[in-house]
Design a protein around this ligand. Structure first.
Ligand code: ADP
Ligand code: MG
Length: 234
């Protein structure tokens, strides 16, 4: 089933992105400006909380955007995917426990070595684990598995049993600033698509309302580094 959508086209619309970034950052700045003025007149310290909250939001947006700002494949290295997944889950475990989320793993890789950027891949896994966890505020289950496919690629699946994503929203996933969360930046998935593409891989999201969501991350065979003229198949 080739239902995967190519996100790179959307990502290349730099002007559109610049406009939405400007918009997203101007909103909290307007709020901050207003409350600083109020604070100045009324000397009410409680307004500081609003200001700090909005500053935090700007900080989150900037942090997410900085991930995209660095040039691609700068630190591709040989790394052990099994260890990377395990350390990522260990890192995420406290958050999972806090939200009553049970993480099950099944990493079935005879040869866990891949070529990649450890920190960026870790960021992808964390973004997806976070989305799964945020989709299940009353707790739930996340299944993470990794295995080798017939064609040599590795597939990592991260499955949750949350509310799922309605069909009509699927096309929005990965678009900058698309979020259904009050405090979301809507940058997480866009960053994931970008990082996985830079690794010569692919990402697909499958979801069923009331059943859950599964993110599939495909990574190329060990040693396959992405290059500009790299056209898979023919
Ligand atoms: P954010 O998490 O900041 O909202 P993302 O790009 O990470 O931004 O996700 C975009 C949107 O995709 C989310 O707001 C949510 O609506 C949807 N989404 C992503 N992952 C899941 C999931 N596992 N279950 C349900 N909805 C999801
Ligand atoms: Mg997210």
């Amino acid at each position: 089933a080739e239902e995967m959508m190519d996100r790179t086209e959307k990502l290349s619309v730099v002007g559109q992105l610049a406009a939405s970034i400007a918009h997203e950052i101007r909103n909290p700045l307007t709020v901050i400006k207003g409350f600083i003025q109020l604070l100045n007149q009324m000397k009410n310290i409680q307004y500081l909380e609003v200001v700090l909250g909005e500053l935090k939001r700007i900080e989150e947006i900037i942090n997410d955007l900085l991930v995209l700002a660095k040039p691609q494949s700068s630190k591709m290295e040989k790394l052990n995917l099994k260890e990377l997944l395990e350390s990522t889950i260990a890192f995420f475990q406290s958050e999972a426990l806090l939200h009553d989320i049970d993480i099950q793993t099944n990493i079935d890789l005879a040869d866990p070595n891949i070529t990649g950027e450890a920190n960026r891949l870790k960021q992808v896994f964390i973004n997806i684990l976070k989305n799964a966890s945020e989709a299940m505020p009353d707790g739930g289950r996340i299944d993470l598995s990794a295995q080798k496919l017939q064609d040599g690629r590795i597939v990592i699946k991260i499955e949750d049993n949350g509310p799922g994503i309605p069909e009509e929203r699927m096309q929005n996933l990965g678009q900058p600033f698309y979020s259904t969360k009050e405090k979301g930046t809507g940058l997480g998935l866009m960053i994931c698509y970008r990082i996985i593409k830079n690794h010569g891989g692919d990402m697909e999201i499958k979801s069923k309302v009331n059943e859950g969501t599964t993110v599939h991350i495909f990574l190329p065979e060990k040693g396959t580094l992405p290059s500009e003229s790299d056209e898979k198949g023919s």
